[in-house]
Design a protein around this ligand. Sequence first.
Ligand code: ATP
Ligand code: MG
Length: 372
Amino acid sequence: MASKTYRICTLPGDGIGPEIIAEAKRLLEAVGTACDVEFACEDQLIGGAAIDATREAGEDVSALPPATLAAAEAADAVLLAAVGGPKWNDTRPGAVRPEQGLLAIRKNLGLYLNLRPVRVYEALRDASPLREDRLDGVDLLIVRELTGGLYFGEHRREHGVEGAGVAGAAGDKAVDTMEYSEYEIERVIRWAYEAAARRDGIVTSVDKANVLETSRLWREVNHRLNEEYPDVEGEDMLVDNCAMQLVANPSQFDVLVTENTFGDILSDEASMLTGSLGMLASASLGTGTALYEPSHGSAPDIAGKGIANPIAQILSVELMLRYSFQMDDAADDVAGAVEDVLNAGWRTADLADDDTPEDKRLSTSQMGDKII
Ligand code: ATP
Ligand code: MG
């Protein structure tokens, strides 16, 4: 008997989802055996798979059935693969879409913070659009606020507004509001300081305080927390400057923390440093069960072929071990195994190029085997 049992709600979803999550589950089993912990995984439906199943059963058609949400709430962590695909691309009003399942589960679990680690693998440097020497020492963690700001403000359209049209005529006016409370800001920035204290000890708080009131509040909170964490070096950076620094000098960053919209943009920018979508994982944390997933989508074009790259999914397990179970040594081992396998030249199809020898090319499950 293992000394401890963790319950994990696994959500294979659609496309390559079932193939890549299978490798993550095998890895969890191996980690469990090595660490005397049991990871009890239970599959639930989400996305297109849930839409099909609820329709067939004659239930309310849903991308997040109540049983799935209940299982996620009761679990110690949620491991998601990916949702969506052309089969469910119904754009008619009122149609249920797979992506709704994703938004609904994040909202219901109160996940207010999204993490995306960006690491450059020595073996994959060629894939980066950046000059080699700029990639030295790139290892950053982006902390994005996830439930506030523009995304959740007021979205309003006014029609026939005097002077809003062309040449002084009446026209439309659109309004989006950006709101943040001190509380919403503090819980995210505090998390960043705690994380930095366990990493390289630098927090870069990104804002637009020269223009936005929400950013001035953001900056005040950052300064207050900076004093609470004397061992962490805290700095402010304007978002336009940060966008530039991410490509000019990315190795200066350790933990980068920012509000929802800025984080959306900067995390996609930063992910391209690695040059490879199949290598990035993310974690969403908050008041409820944390959720871990690869950054890529369901890749319907290669689904069912056994060729998908399982590494982003496997690195989402690394994040789970680290942030939900405080198993940092095991998490480091998983990250190290991925690095070793890449250094040894093993490649799934998406990572291979013309120079990759035939005997170094791996299927999804073979890549899982190597890492395990
Ligand atoms: P979403 O809207 O869900 O983010 P997307 O349209 O951005 O999806 P993805 O599903 O991420 O697209 O796929 C983009 C491309 O990358 C596709 O050609 C896909 O095959 C490839 N791809 C994505 N993930 C992987 C993976 N794990 N292994 C190999 N190829 C992948
Ligand atoms: Mg996408």
